[in-house]
Design a binder for this molecule. Structure first.
Ligand SMILES: Cc1ncc(COP(=O)(O)O)c(C=O)c1O
Length: 396
């Protein structure tokens, strides 16, 4: 069948594909140590589930306003004020079916054919494809592990062109777990200040922080607030990945444009999920700190385990639940008579022969690295590390 040209521009999400493969192996009874999933292994808190059940029982099952129910948009404004010191009115907020959907709407509403979007590497796999689906062109600015994955302002200046319409910031980052310091954010601000582009700040991992304090670029450069769009959601902090609840807050014309896209595609986010999101944003937050403390312990375990492997170097992430070890020390070594070669080959060997599922760095724009999610039990982490140790021992 002849399909649209745009389908050829994009790739299937590699994380979803690898996760599906690891799950299929597990379903066949293979004991896989999985480090692929980008979701907390905690259950959604009971009070949030209950809010959805109550609203379902009360018959809250009809269409809602496309942008989300007013009380949820108000609760989002209150959250952005309290947690982020960002002042928004409800008509500057659009609730969507996950933060991924919010990002998709942004690029669809913003970009014309050939417009450029600056993305820092390593990046979350979906940014470039979403930009391309909207007819845009991703322009990559490399960051280095040695710099804590903070971009060099000079490199940003060089990447800016008259066609640059947006720059994406994601801190804490998927895949590196790196958190941009205030100085790093100031560096980005200084580079783009003279250039009229939108700042897309994907703050989805904001609550998963092990060191320091979270800052959005508008906190260090308030003058840039008028051209900021904040993207956030319930998936990570509230362990609600499957519910699909995210939102964007930003300049009114952009939000209105995004709403038109949403009007003509998905309409409102699921009614009862909005009630659950409302309960989450208004409810207690102690379980977030419990989850973060558990992630912190796992972070220690996985970072020290990886660093004990000969040829592996792993930076300690300040946030999110990913480690992004540099595996280049292993790639030239031989496995079964041939050099390991690439991060993709390395992840294939680990899955096929050692039953460890990890993401190669290449789809994140960082060949030579792997991404491991530590949103999994300590037992799985220990098992995975021990299997990786067995793998390293076979290399010559
Ligand atoms: C950086 C980043 N942004 C956005 C998302 C999307 O989250 P959701 O659509 O579940 O809200 C993810 C999910 O993995 C992510 O890692």
């Amino acid at each position: 069948m002849q399909l649209a040209q745009r389908i050829k521009l994009i790739k299937p999400s590699p994380t979803l594909a690898l996760n599906a493969r690891a799950k299929a192996l597990a379903a066949q009874g293979v004991d896989v140590a999985g480090f692929v999933a980008g979701e907390p292994d905690f259950d959604t808190p009971e009070f949030i589930k209950q809010a959805a059940i109550d609203s379902l029982k009360a018959g809250f099952t009809k269409y809602t306003p496309t942008a989300g129910i007013p009380e949820l948009r108000e609760a989002i404004c209150a959250k952005l004020q309290k947690d982020n010191q960002l002042t928004y009115a409800p008509d500057q907020v659009l609730v969507s079916t996950g933060a991924k959907h919010s990002l998709y709407n942004i690029f669809q509403a913003l970009l014309n054919e050939g417009d450029e979007v600056i993305i820092f590497t390593p990046y979350w796999v979906s940014y470039p494809d979403m930009v391309m689906l909207a007819g845009g062109k991703p322009v990559f600015v490399q960051t280095r592990e040695e710099d804590g994955f903070a971009p060099d302002p000079e490199a940003i200046r060089k990447a800016l062109t008259p066609r640059t319409r947006a720059i994406v910031i994601n801190s804490p980052s998927n895949p590196s777990g790196a958190v941009l310091s205030r100085a790093a954010l100031e560096g980005i601000a200084s580079a783009i200040r003279g250039h009229d582009c939108l700042i897309v700040s994907d703050d989805i991992y904001e609550k998963l922080l092990y060191e320091g304090q979270f800052a959005n670029i508008a906190n260090v450069a308030p003058d840039l607030f008028p051209r900021l769009v904040v993207v956030n959601g319930l998936s990570k902090a509230y362990s609600m990945t499957g519910w699909r609840s995210g939102y964007a807050a930003g300049p009114k014309p952009l939000i209105a444009g995004m709403q038109m896209i949403q009007d003509q595609s998905t309409s409102n986010p699921t009614s009862v999920v909005q009630k659950a999101a409302l309960a989450a944003l208004k409810g207690p937050t102690d379980f977030i700190s419990t989850m973060v403390e558990e992630f912190r312990a796992r972070r220690e375990l996985i970072v020290s385990g990886l660093n004990s492997l000969n040829g592996v170097r792993c930076r300690k992430p300040e946030g999110a639940f990913y480690v992004f070890p540099d595996m280049r020390g292993l790639l030239e070594r031989s496995y079964k008579g041939a050099p390991v070669g690439t991060s993709s080959r390395l992840s294939e060997i680990l899955l096929d022969d050692f039953r460890v599922a990890v993401m190669p760095g290449a789809p994140f724009g960082a060949e030579g690295f792997l991404r491991l999610s530590f949103a999994t039990s300590r037992q799985v982490i220990e098992k995975g590390l021990s299997r990786m140790k067995d793998f390293v021992a076979t290399l010559s």
